[in-house]
Design a protein around this ligand. Sequence first.
Ligand code: UDP
Length: 327
Amino acid sequence: MRVLVVGGAGYIGSHMVRLLDRAGHQVVVLDNLSTGFEKAVTAGDLVVGDMADSALVESVLKKHRIEAVMHFAAFALVGESVENPAKYYQNNVVGTLSLLESMRRCGVTRIVFSSTCATYGVPEVLPIRETSNQAPVNPYGFTKLVCERALQDYAHAYDFGFAALRYFNAAGASPVGDIGEDHDPETHLIPIILQVALNQRESVTIFGDDWATRDGTCVRDYIHVDDLGAAHLAALEKLEPGKGLKINLGSGRGYSVREVIDCCRQVTGIDIDFEIGSRRAGDPPELVAEPVLAKELLGWTPQYDEIQAIVETAWKWHQQHPSGYNS
Ligand code: UDP
């Protein structure tokens, strides 16, 4: 299939580009490089531009006779979305609506959309099923929920076929170690812990140890970035006009912040320092997926089923690229 990967120079998008290429798809990447890297694009053509630039998007869709879009171009930091919601609504909502309109005008109606467990807010029941109530507790989650709703309405009214894949915590890197996670500033747990191991930081701050969880720290479901990609490949084959799939992508196992630090200590063999800080605004205490629907509908289960194996790939990337893509 001819696939446009919007946000294909970013962390998850760049891993997706590689997997699409390996699976025999033709890939075109559209990325404004606001947080992505040219070097991260290892296959296909790269068009530098914004998804809100309708003229550009429509010319790319037509020129490359695109059959489906994968949309990764979003800001995705919970804390930042609380501090600066305008940035999130503008890009994640306005930008996505513009992309959908460009697709509609060009008759491209298949899309795999990156959604998130943040649309569930503080879950009433764990693990989280797709039918759980969606009540986001931060602007980031809300922007993704708005897009899910727009997709549903586009499916109903304009015969779009979509998959909204609700990621839990993306982590790890391509096993070769040549592409990986690079954010500036870094805010994600595993890269921060590994930066301590690399002596780039003194310690990692745990955001609260007084949550009602097994050790008082937040619990998350970490999923390898290539496993996310594999689920997208499967979803691409299942898109049907007028229908929408909404599927959790998680392992079904949660790890606390303390457990993640312990795992990183084991993988690196380094005694990583931490301190206890205050809670971060917008954080739910525990997010763990019920992953059965992904298995049922996509035939998908994560290949990296232990956090240790995920951290090993991240560690390889960070060791080889201590300053990310500028190394
Ligand atoms: N976290 C932390 N210290 C940090 C960064 C993250 O304790 O320096 C916690 C955070 O509160 C959350 C988990 O680690 O419970 C994962 O956070 P991350 O930002 O990686 O992903 P998110 O869950 O926000 O998507």
